[in-house]
Structure formats: structure tokens, C-alpha cells
Design a binder for this molecule. Structure first.
Ligand code: SF4
Length: 450
């Protein structure tokens, strides 16, 4: 009988990496490796890395140095690095870290089983080639976690936008859309495992299909996903503001299964900074998109991303960001100090503002967002929200789920099954979550309007 083998997988960074890690687990089950949360059991360690922030490469090298002792104690331990740092460093990583067995890039997940087998035979290799849109290989095996109510489904990857600060086009490659038939088949298969909600994932989902002759566009894909039996809710992330089309806005008015939430990163509120970032829209155009979405779907909620201290950002520019936040009133915001990345255009920009000033700006921005989040949450008290139950809370007798607008709600109930859609009246608002009481359990397919 062959011994069970254990995979310890560490994931850094964004949702795309989280989703890739699920695929890695699914792929490696076929080679006999099962995931473990305990590194001391590991026969195979994989670091799935992210390079969006500064010093990412340094952190990976430090991590690999720490793993050297573990490898010395267990000589047949296999060590691999994937994700964006792997893509960026490639064979250099293998050359610099003699105890590393393999390196795989962001387009090479499907090669992983063979790479692991080769590592078991003592071979070392780095695979970081990009595939292109003409090939459109199905890079994305169906991940097979069976305990989830809500799942990410990759629809495209890569990006052609080249925002001046962003490393993604260099490490995730150019845009490739997955075949719509494969996406719909995966979603249908997921419903058989109990999935009720899918989150369609890509760096820039709005441009899905546009560069693949004969393929449907993103609004059409959304309508097709809504027709898959068993799917009750659809979300998507991430959207680029310049690519929000009228047909997409109409989906929010016409598809009850489409959740009333959009993550729409503005990144800055000043026209000068937006132009320097090469974002392709002005403040005014961004706000017009927000207004059009609110008109189509009055209850829609927004979250976003902001970069503070972009090279050349003045105090006046920064205040324009704060005033944009007041106008949009995001429920939540991911905010970061600008981080210089190799190869990007902004890495060569003059950057006269000191780091201490940038930290102070970030503090001001986050404190404003905290106030807006609390006010938004409080405004929900007394309203009835449709919630998809995702699991049991740590407190006995309590469940948690998300509203259509993507707020987490905790509430007490007498065992409505996980995966049910229920009506919950919001009774209390905290900084990051809401408390409520169950008012009704809905039958499958019965959706609230609005
Ligand atoms: S749209 Fe801009 S920020 Fe987003 S992944 Fe593409 S280049 Fe990066």
C-alpha cells in the first residue's frame, strides 16, 4: 500500500491566487498529495506567491531560506514556488536557491502534476512560458472542494491595460478569456456539489471575450450563468471602470440573480493622478458610471481600491480622493501606499512626497472610510436583507451569510440549512459586520426584488 503524501500550500496575495491554490490542490490530488495545514507533515511544500507589493521577491527568498533546515532534516521533501514572483524570477529562483525543486509560472498550473513527478525523480525545472489567446488552452481545472456554498470561477486572466503602477500584465500575461462552454460546464458541475453562488473572477472581467473571435461578451456570459439550474447568486470581480458598458449596467436592472454589489476600483480621485496612472477615465467619467449603476439598481453597494501617495500626488490631489470617497460612499475600501514595482512606468516617476507624509495620508483616508462604513452599516438597521447562509458562526446557534450587497450578517436561527436563502432583519451594526434576526426562509429560486 502506498503511503499518503501531504501537501502544505501557502498562499499570498489576491483572490486570483486563492482560486489558483484551490486548483493546485485539485490537480495534485491526482498525484496522491492531500492538503495539510501542518507544515511538519509536509512531503511537498508549495509557495503560491504575489508580487503586487514592494519587497515581494525578498520575502520569498527569505521564506525559502527558512525552509532550508526543514529540507535538510527531510531529504525527500519537495519544494516548489508558483504565482507572480515565480513568473517574474523564473529560472533565476532555481539558480539562486539550490534546495528548490521547481518553479511554475502563472500560466503553467496544468504542468504541475508532471513537475511534481519529475521532482520525485530528482529533477529540477522552471516553467514560466505564457500561452496566448489563440491557443486558449483551458488552464483552469475544476477545483473540487465540496464543502462550499460559494465559489470563485475563473473566466479570464491577464491584463492588457498597463496601468503605470501595476506589475500584473508582466506577471499574469496578456488577457486570455476562457471558453464560455467550459465556464458554464464548470458552474453546472459545481451546483451538483452544493454551490449556490459563483463569483466570476478575472483581472478585468468586463473585457471577457472581446479579444476572442466568436466568443460571447461579459454581459452575455452573465445572462447564460443566470440560466444554469441551481445557481441562485452571481458576483464578479474585478471590474475596470473604463470598461463598464451599458449592456452590463442593464444586467443589474434585469438579472435578479446578479448580486447588488460592485467592486469598482477608482485608485484616485484627482484627474492629474488618474492620467499619470494611465487609468483611462476621469473622475467625472467614474462618477457618471456610479450614477448610471445606481439608476439601474438603486440598492447597489460599492467597494473599491485606492492608492495613496502615487508619485507626484499633491495634498490637493489627495483631497480629491477623499471627496470622491464622500461622493461614492463605499461600503469598504482596500487602501495602500503606492509601492514601486520593477518594469512599470511609474517606477521612473519623480516621487517627492516623503513616506511619513504618505503614511499620514493613508491614516486620514482610512479614518474617513471607517466613518463611512459605520454610517452605511447603521443605515441598514431596520431593513430586511436577503442573506445566503454560508455557515455556522463560532457562537452556538448563530449562522453567518452575506447580503446581496456583500455585507456579512450574523443571526440566530433554528437550523435553516447552510445554503438557504433567508430574509434577515438587521438589528445592529458593527464596524465590519451586521447582526440580525431571521424573518423568512425562501424556497430555491425565490428571489427578492430590488
Ligand atoms: S487594470 Fe490596471 S491595475 Fe488592474 S490588473 Fe490591469 S494593469 Fe493592473
Amino acid at each position: 500500500m502506498t503511503r499518503e503524501k501531504w501537501l502544505y500550500l501557502e498562499t499570498f496575495g489576491c483572490q486570483m491566487n486563492v482560486s489558483d491554490s484551490e486548483k493546485i490542490i485539485a490537480l495534485l490530488k491526482g498525484t496522491g498529495y492531500h492538503p495539510t495545514p501542518d507544515i511538519s507533515y509536509a512531503d511537498l511544500i508549495i509557495l503560491n506567491t504575489c508580487s503586487v507589493r514592494a519587497k515581494a521577491e525578498e520575502k520569498v527568498y527569505n521564506h525559502l531560506t527558512q525552509l532550508k533546515g526543514r529540507k535538510r532534516k527531510k531529504r525527500d521533501l519537495i519544494l516548489g514556488v508558483g504565482g507572480c514572483v515565480a513568473q517574474q524570477e523564473g529560472a533565476r529562483l532555481l539558480a539562486n536557491v539550490p534546495h528548490l525543486n521547481f518553479v511554475f509560472g502563472t500560466h503553467n498550473l496544468h504542468l504541475l502534476p508532471e513537475m511534481v513527478r519529475a521532482a520525485e525523480r530528482g529533477e529540477r525545472q522552471a516553467e514560466v512560458g505564457f500561452i496566448d489567446n489563440d491557443e486558449r488552452l483551458d488552464l483552469f481545472p475544476v477545483a473540487d472542494r465540496v464543502d462550499a456554498i460559494t465559489r470563485f470561477v475563473t473566466v479570464m486572466q491577464g491584463c492588457d491595460n498597463f496601468c503605470s503602477y501595476c506589475i500584473v500584465p508582466y506577471v499574469r500575461g496578456r488577457e486570455i478569456s476562457r471558453r464560455s462552454g467550459d465556464i458554464l460546464a464548470e458552474i453546472a458541475a459545481l451546483t451538483a456539489t452544493g454551490v449556490r453562488e459563483v463569483n466570476l473572477l478575472g483581472q478585468n472581467v468586463n473585457s471577457y471575450g472581446l479579444k476572442s473571435p466568436g466568443e460571447m461578451d461579459f454581459p452575455t456570459l452573465l445572462r447564460k450563468v443566470a440560466e444554469v439550474p441551481g445557481i441562485e447568486r452571481i458576483r464578479f470581480t474585478t471590474s475596470h471602470p473604463k470598461d463598464i458598458s451599458l449592456p452590463l449596467i442593464e444586467c443589474f436592472a434585469e438579472l435578479p440573480k446578479l448580486c447588488k454589489h460592485m467592486h469598482l476600483p477608482a485608485q484616485a480621485g484627482s484627474n492629474a493622478v488618474l492620467a499619470a496612472m494611465n487609468r483611462g477615465y476621469s473622475r467625472d467619467e467614474y462618477l457618471k458610471t456610479i450614477t448610471a449603476l445606481k439608476r439601474a439598481c438603486p440598492s447597489i453597494r460599492f467597494t473599491g481600491d485606492m492608492i495613496v501617495g502615487f508619485p507626484g500626488e499633491t495634498e490637493e490631489d489627495f483631497r480629491a480622493t477623499l471627496s470622491l470617497m464622500e461622493e461614492v460612499r463605499y461600503d469598504d475600501l482596500f487602501s495602500f501606499i503606492y509601492s514601486k514595482r520593477p518594469e512599470t512606468k511609474a517606477a521612473d516617476y519623480a516621487d517627492p512626497v516623503g513616506f511619513t507624509e504618505k503614511q499620514e495620508r493613508l491614516r486620514r483616508l482610512q479614518s474617513l472610510q471607517q466613518r463611512i462604513t459605520e454610517e452605511n452599516n447603521k443605515s441598514l438597521v431596520g431593513t430586511v436583507q436577503e442573506v445566503l447562509i454560508e455557515g455556522e458562526s463560532r457562537r452556538e446557534g448563530q449562522f453567518y451569510g452575506r447580503t446581496s450587497g456583500n455585507r456579512v450578517v450574523n443571526f440566530s436561527a433554528d437550523l435553516p440549512p447552510v445554503g438557504s436563502i433567508v430574509d434577515v432583519v438587521i438589528t445592529r451594526a458593527n464596524r465590519n459586520s451586521l447582526l440580525g434576526e431571521l424573518t423568512a426562509v425562501k424556497a430555491a429560486g425565490q428571489k427578492a426584488e430590488g
